[in-house]
Write a protein that binds this ligand. Structure first.
Ligand code: BES
Ligand code: ZN
Length: 455
């Protein structure tokens, strides 16, 4: 352990330099213009995995972005861990709100700022550096390791999903280790034992066959924006309950014990409000904020469009309007079933005066990891050794749909060892990653491989 620590300590600057290089590649997966950059990030990673001594390093082509694979399987009958992460990033809009350009990494106040720094390039790079430290110091790895990094997590992991089903032997492993979540708070190492699922829908509303003068036609035909706004307001009631028929049918209610555990987590509502600069909070009545953001389902409008949005005023009754709506799901909700219920409800409430089209964009199932397992106990030990503090257990409100695929297809549980922080601005301008967490994370992961070898 000491030698690993010394190695990490004496290579801090080089690790940071390499991380900056990786973060400079604009691997935005949902923008066609960045297709080549996504590939560049895959190639950068595979070169790095080769350089540190991993074996069978391969780039697998898919119908979308490539999948990077590597392994090192020389630990005999020791367990096999599959390390999963994603090297694609979210778009940078609104780019004008970034203090520094998103793909020019800058270090300030102990943080590195760049798109993908926390989600998830910085976090997968920690795994690469932990592997490097072991391979350099111990001339091998304490367990068998397989690595799989994808370039499509932010757009639904559709091709990785197919890849897993077709390559079960290649990916067969005892555990999946993922660093793509956050710690509960700074200085408070955490084990995430649940993620929400997702059901992402689009509504397109069409009114008249062309934009109309709002004076000549206003009052005569329905306005698609007004119609859409009415539909959206009917999706939740004033208590924050989702009104879609059957939406809660499969929800597993929180147990008394779970609620007690949530209540024990440190949470300062005033600070939370101040950080976000909001005057009040809103969510489903009868549940605490922590429960609402992690263990209860939600519905949010992610984007809305229609009509005139330029400068000043233009009198127009628009022809079309639309919205993107996501629902975060909890056990045992099924995204396909929820998509059907959503569609049915929309057709029930939509007025006849406009045409309404509902499309399911993508979805993913929620997941939960049992915490009373040797692999989780090993993670607790590694976190404690690196951070000097007992970790807390909590659930994240975000989604990593592939976690469920790993369980269903490979039978492997995911250990979610995340090192982001709640204020890392993932998916927002000025995304950052705390450098203390970066270095302590590298140590934690290096210790974790050792701990897993003792199981
Ligand atoms: N890293 C996040 C998942 C996450 C977010 C975990 C917040 C914990 C807290 C991941 O990259 C992500 O953003 N996932 C998407 C899923 C989707 C596009 C299918 C999400 O949660 O919106
Ligand atoms: Zn992520």
């Amino acid at each position: 352990m000491k030698e690993l620590d010394n190695y990490i300590e004496s290579n801090r600057e080089r690790f940071l330099g390499e991380l900056k290089e990786f973060l400079s590649i604009p691997s935005i997966s949902n923008e066609e213009d960045h297709k080549n950059d996504v590939r560049k990030a895959a190639e950068w990673l595979s070169a790095e995995l080769t350089r540190i001594g991993m074996e069978n390093v391969k780039i697998f082509e898919t119908e979308g972005h490539p999948i990077v694979y590597a392994d090192y399987l020389k630990a005999g009958n020791k367990p096999t861990a599959l390390i999963y992460g994603h090297y694609d990033v979210q778009p940078v809009d609104p780019v004008e709100l970034w203090t520094d350009p998103p793909f020019t990494p800058v270090v300030k106040d102990g943080n590195i700022y760049a798109r993908g720094s926390a989600d998830d390039k910085g976090q997968i790079f920690m795994h690469v550096k932990s592997l490097e430290a072991h391979l350099k110091i111990n001339k091998g790895l304490p367990i068998n390791i397989k690595v799989i990094f994808e370039g499509e997590e932010e757009i639904g992991s559709v091709n990785l999903d197919k890849f897993i089903s077709k390559n079960k032997d290649l990916l067969k492993s005892d555990y999946v280790v993922i660093s793509d979540t956050s710690m509960y708070d700074k200085g408070l190492p955490s084990i995430c034992f649940g993620l929400r699922g997702l059901c992402y829908m689009q509504i397109d509303v069409t009114g008249p066959n062309r934009d109309l003068h709002s004076g000549t036609y206003g009052g005569g035909v329905d306005n698609p924006i007004n119609a859409l706004a009415n539909i959206i307001t009917k999706l939740k009631d004033k208590d924050g309950r989702i009104t879609i028929d059957g939406f809660y049918d499969d929800v597993v209610n929180l147990s008394k014990k779970e609620r007690e555990e949530f209540a024990r987590l440190p949470f300062d509502e005033k600070k939370y409000m101040k950080d976000l600069d909001v005057n009040g909070l809103f969510g489903e009545k009868g549940y605490t904020t922590i429960e609402r953001v992690s263990a209860r389902p939600t519905l949010d409008c992610n984007g809305i469009w229609g009509g005139y949005q330029g400068q000043g005023a233009k009198t127009v009754l628009p022809s079309v309007a639309g919205a993107k709506i996501s629902m975060r799901l909890v056990p045992n909700q099924n995204p396909d079933k929820i998509a059907q219920l959503f569609e049915k409800y929309i057709s029930k409430i939509a007025p006849d005066s406009v045409k309404v089209k509902v499309t399911a964009l993508h979805g993913g199932k929620p997941s939960v990891t049992a915490i009373d397992t040797p692999a989780i106990k090993a993670a607790v030990k590694a976190l404690k050794d690196a951070f000097g503090v007992e970790p807390v257990y909590f659930k994240e409100g975000g989604s990593i749909p592939i976690v469920n695929t790993f369980k269903e297809e490979l039978g492997a549980d995911a250990i979610l060892l995340g090192f982001g922080l709640p204020d890392d601005n993932i998916h927002s301008p000025n995304e950052k990653f705390d450098l203390d967490n970066f270095y302590k994370g590298i140590s934690t992961i290096a210790y974790y491989y050792d701990e897993l070898s003792k199981i």
